[in-house]
Design a protein around this ligand. Structure first.
Ligand code: AMP
Length: 431
């Protein structure tokens, strides 16, 4: 299957070719024709599946087929939970629309609204926005949304997690009743299903890959270790594995800052990325990480959401998330694009309950490892019965570092990360 077979027009095919994409990803194969037909879509797809192009390409085609409207009112609205994701979608739109006469802009909170207002005043066909800033500008009468034909809700689950439900309802109320709706979500909770029922009309349900396909590509390791030894273990793993690009998740912003400082002290270049950082600080941290100047990015869940970091070989859960779905999002940062990756969780005695929840969601038990010199002293505080049910048989010998298989993969992945291949990945290899 080629992009041409999907019914995309020549200017888009040229832009896709410039990007170096060879074949459509599974979600693109499914999504593009359906969107081109004007149907609503309910898609299960995580970051890394190519979902952005999956909705952007056909959306651009539909918009370009119509004659330009006077004053260029907003005709497509893309809502995202975070500024980073909004900015990344903007970047992709820029590339895909380069041979079309369409205009877009990106708006989000935390920065001066004036440049955003100016851009809107000049007329944009596509608006990428976070819900809060969008409503802000609308309330100030700086923005009209009565010509919106296409609504995209990207990472809808995350928008609900972040408490945007009411904002979303308010936004949808403002929009014209007759419109095409595309909803993307990595997980499908009751709330998301309800949202889909309320907002979408006879949607076509699509899924990128069965959810656990992503997970299967990822080597998951759980290391039991005491809380106060986690930093030392993290440093050891990074230094001994000579890992050059590591994403670490912490539960709190302070935790992210603290760990980042300690890594720096250990001569491992690092930056923290979380909601208290300015937009500029986040952008420069991400750029430093992508370029290899920063070896470790320490992030909270919300800040990391939507970060576009291809081919990430190592993810460390310094602390487990208390929402099991977040674990899937986190480890989805590795093992992308057909390459295998490694996700390591450092689990203290007080986190065993979280681990149980994660194992339930995954439908598999994860073997606990113990690293020599880091044997846990703290007791597991989960209810005894639960532990006995969930705990797989103890390893006879404690593992000391990764298995040789891991090592090989790590090295080759680190190499991939360091020297980016010229051609983009071929999605066929994913299967
Ligand atoms: P997304 O899931 O939208 O965040 O996309 C993840 C990454 O895949 C982005 O860096 C895209 O540029 C890239 N990508 C999207 N579609 C393709 C494709 N068909 N072939 C290769 N790379 C792609």
């Amino acid at each position: 299957m080629s992009f041409k077979d999907l019914g995309l027009a020549e200017p888009l095919l040229r832009a896709i070719n410039d990007k170096g994409y060879e074949t459509p990803s599974p979600i693109q194969e499914k999504c593009i024709p359906v969107v081109l037909e004007g149907k609503d879509v309910l898609a299960s797809a995580q970051t890394g599946t190519g979902k952005t192009a999956g909705f952007s390409l056909p959306m651009l085609q539909l918009l370009s087929q119509e004659r330009e409207k006077h004053n260029r009112p907003v005709r497509a609205l893309i809502l995202t939970p975070t500024r980073e994701l909004a900015a990344q979608i903007g970047e992709e739109l820029k590339d895909y629309s380069r041979y079309l006469h369409l205009r877009y802009t990106v708006i989000f909170g935390g920065v001066n609204q004036n440049p955003q207002v100016r851009a809107i005043k000049q007329g944009v066909d596509i608006l990428v926005a976070t819900p809060g800033r969008l409503l802000d500008l609308h309330t100030q009468n700086l923005l009209r949304l009565d010509n919106v034909e296409i609504l995209v809700l990207d990472e809808a689950d995350r928008m609900l997690d972040m408490g945007f439900q009411r904002d979303l309802n308010r936004i949808v109320d403002i929009l014209p009743h007759k419109r095409q709706n595309l909803l993307f979500s990595a997980t499908f909770s009751k709330e998301i299903k309800k949202l889909a029922q309320t907002y979408l009309t006879h949607p076509v349900s699509l899924s990128a890959t069965p959810e656990n396909t992503t997970v299967e590509k990822i080597e998951q390791r759980v290391i039991r270790v005491d809380k106060d030894r986690k930093t030392a273990l993290t440093i050891k793993l990074i230094a001994e594995g000579d890992w050059q690009q590591v994403l670490i998740f912490t539960r709190t912003k302070h935790g992210a800052n603290r760990l980042s400082q300690k890594l720096e002290k250990a001569k491992i270049t690092s930056a923290a990325i979380h909601g208290n950082k300015t937009q500029n600080a986040r952008t420069s941290a991400l750029a430093g990480f992508k370029s290899g100047r920063i070896r470790v990015l320490v992030a909270t869940d919300i800040a990391a959401r939507g970060l576009d970091i291809p081919l990430l070989p190592h993810v460390i859960n310094y602390e487990l998330p208390n929402v099991p779905e977040d674990y899937v999002h986190r480890i989805g940062r590795t093992g992308r694009a057909g390459a295998s990756g490694e996700a390591i969780s450092l689990v203290g005695g007080d986190e065993v309950d979280y681990l149980t929840g994660i194992e339930k969601l995954l439908g598999e038990k994860l073997t606990r490892q113990i690293i020599l010199g880091f044997e846990p002293q703290d007791p597991e505080t989960a209810p005894i019965k639960k532990q006995q049910e969930q705990r797989p048989p103890r390893d006879k010998k404690p593992h000391n570092g990764p298995k040789p298989k891991h090592k090989q993969q790590n090295q080759s992945n680190a190499g991939d990360g360091a020297a980016k291949p010229k051609k983009r990945r071929d999605w066929r290899r994913r299967r």
